[in-house]
Ligand binder design. Structure first.
Ligand code: PLP
Ligand code: COI
Length: 340
């Protein structure tokens, strides 16, 4: 089959692929789930997902290796995070086994759309868990849909490995101190649309959010976690109960320490101390590692390594992470799951 896809120039856009997975929860249990060609969901007008935001999602990727095989990066971590999010929103958990099996089915069924090795593109998978059924009071649903669809994607932030600038939001927070910031729920993103639009209109890639209680420490980026590199070979990233625990970030913490010999620190990152960093980046499944050229805070643009060139440590982290994801570099035990 020949596909009319320009693999080298893919952005982060929706593409309707032939197959997706769908499973229904009813009478207290999940059904077996199956692949379907129907890309639409049919649900009650009273579904709690629509009214009260009882929904969660995930994001992970399938990668084509040099020998043409396909592999997943730490899908068990996405399953575990979806379980934690489900607990927070009183939704039924999907077992890790059902999650990984469903991901594999979707990847295999759409395997022609897994981008070729060497293009930098990958197959993005979007698991989605929603409360459905007829509910109008504020209470959890009795019925749920779990679906996974997929699409080939390239860079999320336009620069790729070229640095871009980000802007601090002081007028809006993405999460409340004891809210749902650590859960991957749509409501966190709905609230970020307005500040995100303003940031993009001013030429920034995304917003940097501060801790909602004091507005003195960096929390994370609208669609990724934050890290900074110091001249003392330290990898520093915010620790907060209201940021999304990024699987990419925890992978980088391990790689920075064990493979790059860096000192790794999860802790406070004061917005008034950006000068401690010689490099900075945004990390996530969609973002991969996106170097941050500068951060605009109030009326000052603080430039890290360079606005036009990726720094050497960020580059090494990127090479190690992506090398593992595409199978060129040996992964730590259990990080890679083969699809075929
Ligand atoms: N933070 C936010 C708000 C995100 O949307 C994402 C994307 O998933 C991340 C961080 C990165 O998380 P992960 O590395 O698990 O994709
Ligand atoms: C991801 O990296 O998977 C995300 O969810 C980020 C964004 C597309 C919401």
């Amino acid at each position: 089959m020949t596909l009319d896809i320009d693999w080298d120039n893919l952005g982060f856009e929706y593409h309707k692929l032939p197959y997706r997975y769908i499973s229904y929860f009813k009478d207290g249990k999940w059904d077996q789930g199956q692949l379907t060609e129907d890309a639409t969901l049919h649900l009650s007008e009273a579904a709690p997902a629509l009214h009260y935001g009882q929904q969660a999602f995930e994001g992970l990727k399938a990668y084509r290796t040099k020998d043409g095989s396909i592999q997943l990066f730490r899908p068990d971590c996405n399953a575990a995070r979806l379980q934690a999010t489900a607990d927070r929103l009183l939704m039924p958990q999907i077992s890790t086994e059902q999650f990984i099996e469903a991901v594999k089915q979707v990847v295999k069924a759409n395997q022609d759309y897994v981008p070729p090795y060497g293009t930098g593109a990958s197959l993005y998978l979007r698991p989605l868990l929603i409360g459905i059924g007829d509910v109008i009071g504020v209470r959890p649903a009795d019925e749920y849909i779990f679906t996974i669809f997929a699409m080939p994607v390239g860079a999320y932030f336009k620069g790729g490995l070229m640095p871009t600038n980000f802007i601090v939001s002081e007028d809006y927070d993405r999460a409340a101190p004891f809210g749902t910031g650590a859960a991957k729920v749509g409501g966190n993103y709905a609230g970020s649309l307005l500040p995100g639009k303003a940031a993009k209109a001013s030429g920034f890639s995304d917003v940097i959010y501060l801790d909602p209680a004091t507005h003195t420490k960096i929390e994370e980026v609208g669609a990724a976690n934050f890290f900074g590199i110091t001249a003392n070979n330290e990898f520093i990233t915010p620790l907060s109960p209201s940021i999304l625990p990024s699987i990419t970030k925890y992978s980088l913490l391990e790689l920075a320490e064990k493979r790059l010999g860096m000192t790794v620190i999860e802790g406070d990152v004061p917005i008034n101390d950006l000068g401690q960093f010689v490099e900075a980046g945004a990390c996530g499944t969609a973002a991969v590692i996106s170097p941050i050229g500068g951060i605009q805070y109030r009326n000052h643009l603080h430039v890290f390594y360079s606005e036009t060139e990726v720094g050497p440590v960020t580059r090494r982290l990127y090479d190690e992470l992506v090398g593992i994801q595409v199978g060129d570099i040996e992964a730590p035990e259990g990080w890679i799951v083969k699809v075929d």
